[in-house]
Design a protein around this ligand. Structure first.
Ligand code: APR
Ligand code: ZN
Length: 232
C-alpha cells in the first residue's frame, strides 16, 4: 500500500481505469463474479446487436431493469475519493468500463466512458436521441419508428472513438496507471494497462495472474481507496 502512496505522491500523471468491481460496493452486480450478471444470463441474449434486433423484449427487459435499479444505488466513498483526487490534482482522468455514471456523480469531471452509458437513449436506426421514459415505456423512435436503445457499447460494437483515443493517449503518457475492479477480460480495454511505460497497479478482489503489473493489491475497491487516501 505504501508503495502506491509513494507512486501517487511522485506521479505527475495518474490515470485510473475501473470496471464493474468499482460499483459492487454500491450494490450493483458485476458481470463475472459468482453473483455477476453473466452467471445468471447469457450475454449473447441481451448485450449484442443481434439480441437488440431479433429479441427486443429480452433486450429491453434487461436494460430497463438495470436503468430502473440504478435509482436504488449511489456512489460509495471510493468513488468520492477518486473525485477528491481529481480536484486535488492527484489524478488526471478516470477511464471506466462502467455505464452507471457514478464517477461523475462522485465529482470526477474527466471521465472517459469506454463502454458508453446507460443514462441516455438513442434510436438504433437513425441515431436520433430519445428520452429514458420513451425507452422505459417501450416506445419507438418518433422520427423513424426504429427501436430505442441505451448508449451502451454492445458486444461487437466499436468503442466511442474520442473516449478510446483520449484514454489510450493519456495512458501512454501516464507515469502511474491504477486498475480497479475489472477482470480485464474484455478487449480492447484489457490491452490498455500494458500500453503505459509507467507503473501499473492492479486493485481487485480476484488477483488473476496479471504478471504485467508492478504491484497487485488484493482487496475491495472502497476499502483500499480509503486506506490509501488516509495515508496519502
Ligand atoms: N473490489 C474490488 N474488486 C472487485 C469488487 C470490489 N468490491 N467486486 C468485484 N470485484 C472484481 C471481481 O473479482 C472481478 O475480477 O471486479 C472484477 C469485475 O470483473 P467483471 O465482472 O468481468 O467486470 P468488468 O471487468 O468491468 O467487465 C468488463 O464486460 O460484459 C462486459 O460491458 C461489460 O463493461 C463490462 C466488461
Ligand atoms: Zn429513429
Amino acid at each position: 500500500m505504501l508503495q502506491l502512496v509513494n507512486w501517487l505522491k511522485s506521479s505527475t500523471s495518474t490515470i485510473v481505469l475501473t470496471g464493474a468491481g468499482m460499483s459492487t460496493e454500491s450494490g450493483i452486480p458485476d458481470f463475472r463474479s459468482q453473483s455477476g450478471w453473466w452467471n445468471k444470463i447469457d450475454p449473447r441474449t441481451v448485450a449484442t446487436v443481434e439480441a437488440l434486433e431479433n429479441h427486443y423484449a429480452l433486450f429491453h427487459d434487461f436494460y430497463s431493469y438495470r436503468i430502473q435499479s440504478l435509482e436504488k444505488y449511489t456512489p460509495h466513498e471510493g468513488h468520492y475519493i477518486l473525485g477528491q483526487w481529481e480536484n486535488k490534482g492527484v489524478l488526471d482522468c478516470v477511464a471506466t468500463q462502467n455505464v452507471d455514471g457514478f464517477h461523475q456523480l462522485a465529482g470526477n469531471r474527466k471521465v472517459n466512458e469506454l463502454h458508453g452509458t446507460i443514462k441516455t437513449i438513442r434510436c438504433h436506426s437513425c441515431n436520433q436521441p430519445a428520452t429514458l421514459s420513451e425507452f422505459l415505456n417501450k416506445e419507438v423512435c418518433k422520427h423513424c419508428s426504429g427501436k430505442l436503445r441505451p448508449n451502451v457499447v454492445l458486444f461487437g460494437e466499436t468503442l466511442p472513438e474520442h473516449s478510446w483515443m483520449d484514454s489510450l493517449n493519456r495512458i501512454r503518457r501516464a507515469d502511474l496507471v491504477i486498475v480497479i475492479g475489472t477482470s480485464l477480460e474484455i478487449y480492447p480495454v484489457s490491452q490498455l494497462p500494458v500500453m503505459t511505460e509507467g507503473k501499473k497497479v492492479y486493485v481487485n478482489l480476484d488477483i488473476h495472474d496479471h504478471a504485467r503489473f508492478d504491484l497487485m493489491i488484493k482487496g475491495k475497491a472502497k476499502e483500499i481507496l480509503k486506506l490509501v487516501n488516509n495515508i496519502l
